[in-house]
Design a protein around this ligand. Structure first.
Ligand code: MN
Ligand code: MN
Length: 478
């Protein structure tokens, strides 16, 4: 729009707290969906649990497992609702639009894995009259944050015959929790001289799992044996079964509202279950068949570089698109798949760092996301001169602006920290590889990757609203 069409006062771009223009009706809706998110987050302490919770919600809304549809060989038609699981960890959900898949999809892609402490494959040992579980941390953590807090243990044991035993200990009020010790200040003089990153090391993060000796006095290491007896009793497992287990120690407990005004939520795993849920909820809230297929991806392994069969560097998405295109057109064709992917548009739904008044020096304030300023669009991530970044095009950034403005979405732009302060990445580049337009967009957080992260209800609400507007956008794609 030429400048002449603006009045003079409109020339500058003003940043404004979202509550300045927030109707009571919307505030009510925000409380509603924040409550539903807190329930989802409280029940989704691991990527497997987030996957299962999402499948529950999708199934209740009439979404069908793609594997069943493939077996039936039925042709896909507009309005069909599908999901596909990748090893019970990564999940793709799709609502077929009016246009063929070949014309592209609208994709919201978030991740459901979060930093945590994984048990090693041979974790259990006894020392100093205590039974301990050795861990190897997953994702980027500040190790000192994980000691002296209640931890819960979630995951699976899988027996050689394929039997899968699901474990969850420490979430219910009457269940015990786990705990990592730290030095008392009285004896912590040497530790206090170390840097924050060395004060507690990765190998220091061993979890106390028990202290009572087994009754049988003939056993060696009776405290360790006592723990094995309890595990055998409750789950029917032996020490060797740790070898084929995935057990994750995570902060115990449910998300909580924060502040006298209850405007914030503290929870474990906001990164990135808050964006994953906002995307899933937006998909479930579509009340009409969209022009373009609406797709939501809940990915695993983002926090360790999207590697592996369930990470976005795998061919899961591409393979699934091949199945879908074949089901829609009745013929297997590579070209339709490539067109579908390269004509798609995606919001890489991930969190960003909000400006923290206690640590202003790491941010460049006018380009840092602010709490309660709405969903945050991040054109590029990366580090050291945008290295490893999927830098979105100005054209696509403009499209997203148009969609969000038309949808009355409060949004802001934000970079992760000031130049050369550090950096990070998302799944954006894994998907941009197919030639689709991708831009990062999500909720700004305080204390990202801490056991308890902080998000604002308003920013979550606007992220959901933005995702809804994006999935329903009908404009012709390139
Ligand atoms: Mn993330
Ligand atoms: Mn992260």
């Amino acid at each position: 729009m030429p400048a002449s069409k603006h009045s003079k006062k409109n020339l500058s771009c003003k940043r404004e707290n979202g509550y300045e223009k927030f109707s009571p009706a919307e505030a009510k809706k925000m409380e509603e969906i924040s409550k539903s998110y807190m329930e989802f987050l409280g029940a989704s302490k691991t990527e497997r649990e987030a996957h299962d919770e999402a499948v529950k919600l999708l199934s209740a809304a009439g979404y069908r497992n793609l594997e069943d549809v493939i077996r039936e060989g039925a042709q896909l038609k507009p309005g069909d609702k599908l999901y596909r699981s990748c090893s019970g960890k990564t999940l793709l959900a799709l609502l077929i639009g009016k246009k063929p898949l070949e014309e592209g999809l609208h994709i919201i892609g978030g991740h459901t894995d979060a930093p945590r402490l994984d048990l090693k494959q041979n974790p259990l040992y006894e020392n100093g009259e205590l039974a301990l579980l050795d861990t190897h941390y997953y994702g980027g953590i500040k190790k000192y944050q994980w000691v002296t807090i209640p931890l819960a243990l979630h995951g699976v044991f899988v027996k050689p015959d394929g039997e899968k035993i699901t474990v969850s200990i420490g979430e219910k009020e009457d269940e015990p929790v786990f705990y990592i010790s730290d030095l008392l200040p009285h004896l912590g003089q040497d530790q206090a001289k170390k840097s924050l990153s060395e004060g507690i090391t990765g190998e220091d993060l061993d979890i106390i799992a028990g202290s009572r000796p087994a009754r049988d006095k003939n056993r060696k290491e009776r405290i360790k044996y006592g723990v094995l007896e309890l595990l055998a009793e409750k789950y029917g497992v032996t020490e060797a079964d740790f070898m084929s287990a995935e057990l994750e120690a995570v902060p115990a407990g449910k998300p909580r509202e924060v502040g006298l005004d209850r405007s914030l939520i503290a929870g474990y795993g906001h990164d990135d279950r808050i964006c994953a849920y906002a995307g899933l909820k937006a998909l479930l809230d579509l009340d009409k068949i969209p022009e373009y297929a609406a797709c939501v991806l809940l990915c695993d392994k983002e926090e360790i570089g999207s590697m592996g069969a369930t990470g976005m560097q795998s061919n899961f998405f591409e393979n699934t698109m091949s199945e879908l295109c074949a089901l829609q057109t009745g013929a297997a064709g590579e070209l339709a798949v490539k067109r579908a992917m390269s004509r798609s548009r995606m919001l890489s739904a991930d969190v960003n760092a909000a400006f923290d008044p206690l640590y202003p020096s790491v941010s460049e304030k006018k380009n840092a996301a602010l709490i309660n300023h709405g969903t945050c669009i991040t054109k590029y991530t990366g580090a050291r001169g945008k290295s490893q970044s999927s830098d979105a095009s100005a054209e696509f950034a403009a499209e997203v602006r148009r969609i969000f403005d038309a949808g009355k979405v409060a949004w802001q732009t934000g970079e992760l920290g000031k130049v050369d302060q550090g950096g990070g990445g998302t799944i954006a580049m894994e998907m941009a590889r197919y030639g689709m337009d991708v831009i990062d967009c999500g909720v700004p957080l305080l204390s990202m990757h801490a056991p308890w992260e902080l998000a604002a209800k308003f920013d979550f609400y606007m992220t959901w609203k933005g995702f809804l507007a994006f999935l329903t956008d009908a404009r012709k794609q390139r």
